[in-house]
Design a protein around this ligand. Structure first.
Ligand code: ADP
Ligand code: MG
Ligand code: MG
Length: 407
C-alpha cells in the first residue's frame, strides 16, 4: 500500500495545515467492513496518527467508516489484535454527515443518533476519557451524552492503551455555553446557573469513589504550578495586559500562597467551563449535558489524567460565567454594563449555590481553593490570548481585577 499525507489528512480543521514529517506508513488496521478500516499510521518521526481509511485514502462522512465503527460497537466488547473495543451501548444506524463547527479532532454524526470522534493524532500516554467514562457509567451518571463506546490500541501488551476513537449519543439541536450563557446574560437572568450547579455536583458525586487525600507533593505542585502560570503570563504578554499583570502580581502571589495544606483529590473533568456544557431543547426546562472529557489541553498529555481537587472544576466553571458576562458586555454595547455584570454574577452565584446545596454533606469541595484556582485560570487565559488568540485578551484583562476582589 502506498500512502500519501495529502490523501490522509482531514479536509478541514487545525490538523490540515501541519503535514507530518516523512512519509506515512501503515502500522495497524481495525477492519470496519467493505474495504474500510480504522488505521494507525506512523510518520517519519515515529509520531502516530489515527486515520479512518477507505482503500488508500481518508474516509470522510458518507464513506461508511463511522457507520462501520457504530456497527462494531453494537456487537459488544471485543479484543481484536492490538485493538480493544469497549462498548457500553449502541445499535447499528446509518447515514453519515460531518460536524462542521471548529474542532480539534474530526467528528462524524451517524444516523442522527451517534457522534464518532476520530482522534486525529494518537495521544501520548493514557487518555483520560475511557477510564472517566467507565467510572461515570458505573455510577449511573446521566448528565452527559450517553457514551456508546471507545476504541483503544496498545502498541505492545505492556504499553499504555492509546485512545483512537470515541462514540457517543448525538444530542440534536444543542448549543454550548458560549452561546447559551451569553444569551442568559443578555436576557438579564441567572439562566442555566442553577441547573449547571446540579449537573456538576452530580458529576462529582459520581466520581467521589476516586477521591483520596492529596499528598504534600501534590499541594506543593499546585502552588508552584500557579506561580509558574503567573510568571509565564507575565513573560508572554505585552502592552496593557502585561502592565496589568505586573501591577497585580503581588496580590496574585499572595492568593496563591494561601493554597492550604491537605485536602483531597479525585478524578475531575479538568477543563471545565460553560463551553463544555451543551444545552438542548428549544425552551426551558432545558436539558444540560457535560461534554469533552479530553482533559486540559494546556497540560502535558500524560498529566491530564491526574487526580485534582474538585475545586479545580468548580473554580473553572464559576470563572467562565464571569467571562460570559465580559464577552456579552463587549458585544452588546447597547446593554447597561452594570446590568450585564449583575446578570453574570447571578449566574455564577446560582451555579455555586446549587452545586453546594446538591452535594450537601458529601463535602468534596474545599472552598479555600476557589479563589487561587480562579486566579490561576485567569493567568492561563492571559497566556492563551498572548500565544493563540490576541483578541481574547480583553477577557482576562477585565477578569483579573474582578477575581482579585472575590473573597
Ligand atoms: P474536539 O475535541 O475535536 O474539539 P468536541 O468533543 O469538543 O471535539 O466536539 C466538537 C463539537 O461537536 C462540540 O463543540 C459540539 O458542538 C459538537 N458535539 C460534540 N459532542 C456532541 C454530541 N454528543 N452531540 C451533539 N453535538 C456534539
Ligand atoms: Mg470542546
Ligand atoms: Mg476538545
Amino acid at each position: 500500500m502506498t500512502l500519501s499525507w495529502s490523501a490522509l489528512l482531514p479536509a478541514a480543521g487545525d490538523y490540515r495545515d501541519a503535514t507530518p514529517p516523512g512519509s506515512p506508513s501503515l502500522v495497524d488496521a481495525l477492519p470496519l467492513g467493505h474495504g474500510l478500516s480504522l488505521s494507525v499510521v506512523a510518520d517519519g518521526d515515529a509520531g502516530l496518527h489515527v486515520v479512518p481509511l477507505v482503500a488508500e485514502s481518508r474516509a470522510g462522512a458518507g464513506d461508511g467508516a463511522a457507520e462501520g465503527l457504530v456497527a462494531l460497537l453494537a456487537e459488544g466488547d471485543a479484543a481484536i489484535g492490538k485493538f480493544r473495543v469497549r462498548a457500553w451501548r449502541g445499535v447499528a444506524v446509518s447515514g453519515e454527515r460531518a460536524v462542521t463547527v471548529d474542532q480539534t479532532n474530526e467528528s462524524v454524526i451517524v444516523g442522527d443518533a451517534a457522534v464518532v470522534k476520530w482522534m486525529t493524532q494518537v495521544p501520548e500516554g493514557r487518555h483520560p476519557a475511557p477510564s472517566l467514562l467507565e467510572s461515570l457509567e458505573a455510577a449511573g451518571f446521566t448528565g452527559m451524552p450517553q457514551p456508546w463506546g471507545v476504541v483503544e490500541w496498545s502498541p505492545s501488551p505492556e504499553a499504555e492503551p492509546r485512545l483512537l476513537a470515541t462514540v457517543a449519543e448525538y444530542v440534536a439541536d444543542a448549543v454550548d455555553g458560549w452561546t447559551w450563557a451569553v444569551e442568559d446574560v443578555r436576557a438579564g437572568t441567572a439562566g442555566g446557573g442553577e441547573a449547571v450547579g446540579r449537573l456538576i455536583a452530580d458529576f462529582h458525586r459520581a466520581l467521589a469513589p476516586t477521591a483520596r487525600p492529596a499528598s504534600a507533593d501534590e499541594v506543593a505542585a499546585w502552588r508552584s504550578g500557579a506561580f509558574a502560570d503567573l510568571e509565564r503570563a507575565i513573560e508572554v504578554t505585552d502592552g496593557a495586559a502585561h502592565d496589568l499583570l505586573v501591577r497585580q502580581a503581588d496580590a496574585v502571589r499572595a492568593a496563591f500562597a494561601e493554597i492550604p495544606e491537605g485536602g483531597s483529590v479525585m478524578r475531575v473533568h479538568g477543563d471545565l467551563h460553560v463551553g463544555q456544557v451543551l444545552r438542548a431543547g428549544g425552551a426551558a426546562p432545558y436539558d444540560y449535558r457535560l461534554t469533552d472529557f479530553d482533559g486540559n489541553p494546556v497540560v502535558a498529555p500524560a498529566e491530564r489524567i491526574r487526580e485534582q481537587p474538585a475545586a479545580l472544576d468548580v473554580a473553572g466553571m464559576a470563572q467562565s460565567f464571569t467571562h460570559a458576562g465580559i464577552v456579552t458586555r463587549k458585544h452588546n454595547p447597547d446593554l447597561a454594563p452594570v446590568a450585564v455584570t449583575a446578570a453574570a454574577a447571578a449566574g455564577r452565584a446560582a451555579f455555586l449555590d446549587a452545586y453546594r446545596a446538591r452535594l450537601g454533606d458529601a463535602a468534596l469541595l474545599d472552598k479555600r481553593l476557589l479563589r487561587p484556582f480562579a486566579l490561576r485560570q485567569v493567568c492561563r487565559e492571559f497566556t492563551y490570548a498572548a500565544t493563540h488568540l490576541p483578541r481574547w485578551s480583553y477577557v482576562p484583562e477585565a477578569a483579573l481585577p474582578m477575581a482579585l476582589e472575590e473573597s
